[in-house]
Design a protein around this ligand. Sequence first.
Ligand code: CA
Length: 491
Amino acid sequence: MKSVSFLLTLCTAFSFLHAAEKPNVIIIMADDLGWGDISCNGATTIKTPAIDQLAAEGLRFTSGYCSASTCTPTRYSLLTGNYAFRAANTGIAPPNGPAIITPGTPTIASLVKQNGYHTAVIGKWHLGLGQPRPDWNGELKPGPLEIGFDHCLLLPTTNDRVPQVFVQDHRVRNLDPADPLWVGERKPSPDHPTGITHRDSLKLDWSHGHNDTIHNGISRIGFYTGGQKARFRDEDLADEWIKESRQWIGAQKGQPFLLFFAAHDIHVPRMPHERFQGKSGMGLRGDSILQFDWCVGELMKIVDENHLAENTLFVLCSDNGPVLDDGYKDQAVEKLGSHLPAGPFRGGKYSVLEGGTRTPFLTRWKGRIAPGVSDQIVCTIDLPASIAALARTEVPAGGCVDSMNLLPALLGEKDAKGREFVLQQDNNGNKFGLRVGKWKLVREKNKAQLEHQLYDLQKDPGETENVAAQHPQERKRMVEKLHAIIASPQH
Ligand code: CA
């Protein structure tokens, strides 16, 4: 017996050492959260105490970016380390969109998994499921489990699109086979209630689009019927994902893990839990920021409950910049007051100006990252290569081609450098932004003609004055650089 218990002690000691060598990673991605939407970046109308705590205990990046100014392409790049414009059909995914990431593609999850990590994605997916389309009543594959995740609890699309059900691993959770789920692009029957025919019944009115099938008093994009037992209330999304995260992290018991927590806050329809409604004084958009902040606080608590704070790297980011009216009359515009969602930057969601992609970016690892502020340029697309380095796993040749290993910069190591350049794309890669140091190039297409603007971010962070005419050499150099990056990945 003695030798068995000695062996157990040895095993426990070894697994502790093992775990310490492989720190856990929690990536928290907000949805449509702007640079200026958090109080540690200067917001005063809204307070985000949990996010501020994370920043105070870690690194706050002033030049943290996501790679695109809409949901799907940024998420695609965060997982694959490839710019979304290099692949087809990576714009905002429709309700019945197929899996965008092909099984076999190296992802941040598959990379760490090959070195013993457990992996989960909890939250909004919006990267398509199934092939050639989702089989809502059968197995939903390929999906996250085919590209490196062990577990998922997902909002399959985005919540202004149908359907409002959870996908757990390969199935719609709580789906009653007697009440199958049907999802489509056309009205399933002439009398099917919609946001147009039953507008008076809505608890949150639409402002543009978003007027097809009604669920929970909110009309959405797309149509669906059935699956009544499987449907969630919008107000419960965040609570459900925190509950799942607590359970999943608690079950790891010393096993190194990577959790991708993809919040739906503060995307439309903004319908946070009742306990947050009316609390920000800024309408449902502000209330959703409070709910997101609560989620961040809960995730920190969960890590503390499991005594993992000194063995867990947190990364907090957003998938694109802010938007006010994104299809619902939720008073985001009317109750904005003096708040600046994009901080000092111009543009927001859908834009390649700084406000579209320069977004909140924080890292925390207690005992490892010295608290502070970093002006290094970092981007969500760099997480696969950086986290692979952290997990001591190899990125295979041809994988994650646009992802740079910025681990030293993310950990705030002395003299560590971030990116020399950062490329920004819109939803479909029709517009590009390129920042190199203080210079920012914006490329737009106008009647098939390419137009290039140049801004000096040092003098003009709001990108108000196009100085291309005054700096022809800089403009030329930047245009050539942009074309080179578009043509092939550059490190
Ligand atoms: Ca988004």
